[in-house]
Design a protein around this ligand. Structure first.
Ligand code: ADP
Length: 733
């Protein structure tokens, strides 16, 4: 009958192999994973041999176990060296450890082939144990040294756990080999290896509770699975091999089928029993997600999310941000706790948003760890990390979870619990990610819903407008016709007022007709025919038309068109209409003299976390400018400051550009002129071939199939363009 020690050695060998194998399978090419697997396999091999030595009472395996143990200090030190990174410097006495290993290999070979009494002698065994355990303690000391030196709070906690666990494990293993012969060492080894593997696989520190929870889950599952297996295989007698395999097959099938539901049940039960708080959070968040499924309007979802988070008592600060309609920044939609920054600019925080879009989560601990780990990082990289930390500070958050849809960053959920240092475990962050995913779905649904509503509204408006136009135009035609018929009589009349009134009737009839036609343009659905075109051509044609306009001769019109720009997909007629509207407005804003400059160029900017390219057409005048109070009204139908204006030019232009997936930005200072900038998205393919032909900037990383912008739905006030005009009011849609 074997004692418990060899049996525990066998278990440690098997579990060690499983742990090492699982880490290696995850990322077989990562150096630190390979070194960890080497270390675990080394332990497993030693334990396997020592089990065989005891089981078979074999001197050979006893010798082999010692042979395997020789390399333990070196493999441990190499693994920890890679694990801690270059920052930690070389492990202490690594060279002596390797030399010592060489000497012991030689001695063991000598002992095996020449004089077996050597490795049976007490002094040899003593020296051997000193070498192995001193080497292992040195590895733990190496961790401790790093623990003392590291500036990162998160890293410190993680290393502290590893140091304490390391000391306990090496000491327990030492007690195992001591003459008293306990058998706890192997249990410690299993737990420590599992803990190490978890810290390797998951960057975020697993707190002790979570680790404990995982272990209880694992142990319960192992017990249940063993029970199923035992019941099905136990009654088969030793001589019935066929039946044994058959039953093992059935048992394995049954286990695989019940495994997933069983695991979630066990996890639920363990969480409820051990971590009431976490169980509560999971329950609340599940309810919240179910609730969110019934909401269409995303504005309604934010207060509910905030209320649920507040009720959970797991956050002291939380906020939700959504992307602006033109994607140039993220605006606060709701918060609990102290008010964070109202808006985060997408360009200024490009690195942060790119990271968030790609990784899904950004946490202050993660950033701190990266900053601490990479002292010799490129300065730009380091700068980016610092900027990201700054963004987190502005948001008042320790964890930010991305709200994504169609690979675009639509918003973010920011969380913080100021009472705790490591407030959220990775499982809890996963829960928050679930909430963010639900908000993302609601957001997309709400956009589709808004678009449908807008489309219905415009369709109804279009029908009404068409009916109204018919009703107005017919009598209007008669009025104008009658007035024109009477005009010759008026001219002959001695009463000059008759002629004047008749002229007014004709003029006003014309104006009314123009308003009705323009309103029809605004209300009728988009009927353009987009095709790839060179925007410069459209600008040139517009300028030709403009020269014929009344008052154009007073104004100095110049153009600055960058040649060879990539094509944009647009309807030339409609673009011309927009450009003409903007140019005429500029002319009208300069009653005496002035300058109108039209320029085209390329703009790269960050929209919804992704880099995108736009073609920019700017109309800059030196006219009267726009008062700040009027800026927000510019795009509202019928807003006009002109006696004979219709107030429809800009709304029509805006609809056309939005239908092309673009935006119009406005900047102005009263008295100093205005600048209207039309931004048209360039399709990623077109930009890629343009970049290729120019051998200029590399192609965009954005999704090549989709146009770069989504049409916006609501009016906004912001601008990220570097405009040459002095800072003043601005608006864009
Ligand atoms: P309308 O030209 O018929 O008034 P628009 O929608 O084209 O209608 O313009 C709305 C208003 O925007 C104008 O009445 C004017 O006050 C203001 N506006 C537009 N462009 C300019 C500009 N370049 N300079 C100053 N104000 C402008």
């Amino acid at each position: 009958m074997l004692s418990t020690q060899p049996l525990s050695a066998l278990v440690a060998a098997i579990v060690g192999l499983a742990i090492g194998g699982s880490v290696l399978l995850r990322e077989p090419r990562r150096g630190v994973h390979v070194l960890f697997a080497t270390f675990t396999f080394n332990i497993a091999l030693r334990n396997l041999f020592s089990f065989l030595a005891a089981g078979l009472e074999s001197d050979f395996f006893n010798w082999a176990a010692m042979l395997a143990a020789v390399s333990l200090p070196a493999t441990a030190q190499r693994f920890f060296q890679r694990f801690l990174g270059d920052e930690a410097g070389p492990p202490p006495l690594l060279r002596s450890t390797v030399v010592g290993a060489g000497l012991f290999y030689l001695a063991l070979c000598f002992g095996r082939f020449v004089d077996t009494s050597l490795y049976h002698s007490t002094w040899f065994n003593f020296a051997f144990a000193i070498y192995v355990f001193a080497g292992l303690y040195l590895s733990v000391y190496y961790l401790y040294r790093r623990y003392r030196a590291t500036p990162s709070r998160v890293e410190k906690i993680r290393l502290l756990y590893l140091v304490v666990g390391g000391v306990a494990t090496v000491t327990a293993a030492l007690l195992d080999v001591a003459p008293s012969g306990s058998s706890f060492g192997n249990i410690f080894i299993i737990i420590y290896l599992y803990f190490l593997s978890q810290t390797l696989v998951r960057y975020r520190l697993l707190d002790l509770n979570e680790l404990l929870g995982r272990m209880v889950v694992l142990a319960t599952l192992v017990l249940i699975v063993t029970l199923i297996y035992g019941v099905l295989v136990k009654w088969v007698g030793p001589d019935q091999h066929g039946l044994f395999f058959f039953n093992a097959l059935i048992a394995s099938t049954a286990i695989l089928i019940v495994y997933d539901p069983l695991r979630s049940r066990v996890e639920g039960a363990v969480n409820k029993w051990m971590f009431q708080e976490k169980y509560e959070l999971t329950r609340r968040i599940d309810n919240l997600r179910a609730d969110l499924m019934n909401i269409i309007d995303v504005r309604e979802s934010v207060p509910r999310v905030m209320a649920a988070l507040e009720d959970s008592r797991r956050v002291t600060h939380a906020s939700a941000y959504f992307v602006d309609p033109d994607g140039s920044g993220y605006e606060l939609a709701g918060h609990i706790g102290p008010r964070p920054e109202a808006r985060l600019d997408a360009v200024a925080n490009r690195a942060f948003f790119e990271r968030l879009r790609r990784a899904g989560v950004v946490s202050i601990e993660g950033l701190e760890r990266e900053i601490a780990a990479g002292k010799n990082q490129q300065t730009e990289e380091k700068q980016n990390l610092l900027l990201m930390s700054r963004a987190l500070e502005l948001l008042n958050g320790s964890v930010v979870v991305a709200i994504v849809g169609e690979e675009q960053l639509l918003g973010m959920l920011v969380l913080r619990d100021e009472r705790l240092r490591e407030a959220y475990s990775s499982d809890e962050i996963d829960l928050f990610r679930g909430v963010a995913a639900s908000i993302g779905v609601t957001l997309q649904n709400s956009q589709v819903y808004e678009r449908m509503k807008e489309r219905d509204r415009l369709a109804a408006l279009g029908q009404m407008a068409a009916g109204l136009a018919h009703e107005i135009r017919n009598p209007l035609g008669s009025i104008k016709g009658a007035a024109q018929l009477l005009q010759p009589i008026g001219q002959q009349s001695s009463d000059s007022t008759t002629k004047e009134f008749l002229d007014i009737i004709v003029e006003e009839a014309n104006r009314l007709n123009k308003i009705v036609s323009q309103f029809l343009d605004y209300a009728r659905p988009y009927r353009g025919d987009p095709s790839p075109l060179d925007v410069n051509d459209v600008v040139k044609k517009t300028l030709q038309l403009l020269e014929k306009e009344e008052g154009a001769s007073r104004i100095e019109i110049s153009s600055n068109l960058v040649e060879g720009l990539p094509p944009v997909r647009a309807d030339p007629e409609q673009l011309r209409q927009v450009f003409l509207n903007l140019s005429l407005n500029a002319l009208q804003a300069m009653p005496q003299t002035g300058k109108l400059q039209v320029s085209t160029s390329l703009r790269r900017s960050t929209r919804r976390g992704a880099t995108a390219a736009f073609l920019e057409v700017r109309f800059r005048d030196t006219g009267v400018g726009i008062p700040p109070g009027d800026l927000r009204n510019l795009f509202i139908p019928f807003f006009t400051t002109k006696d004979k204006g219709t107030g429809l030019g800009l709304p029509i232009s805006q609809r056309i550009i939005e239908n092309h997936g673009g935006t119009i930005e406005v900047r102005s200072q009263p008295g100093a002129g205005a600048s209207f900038t039309v931004l048209l998205p360039i399709e990623a393919d077109a930009f890629a071939s343009y970049a290729e032909s120019k051998k200029g900037p590399p192609p965009l990383p954005a999704d090549r199939r989709t146009p770069v912008l989504l049409p916006s739905l609501e009016p906004v006030r912001k601008d990220s363009a570097k405009d040459p005009l002095p800072a003043g009011g601005r608006a864009s849609r």
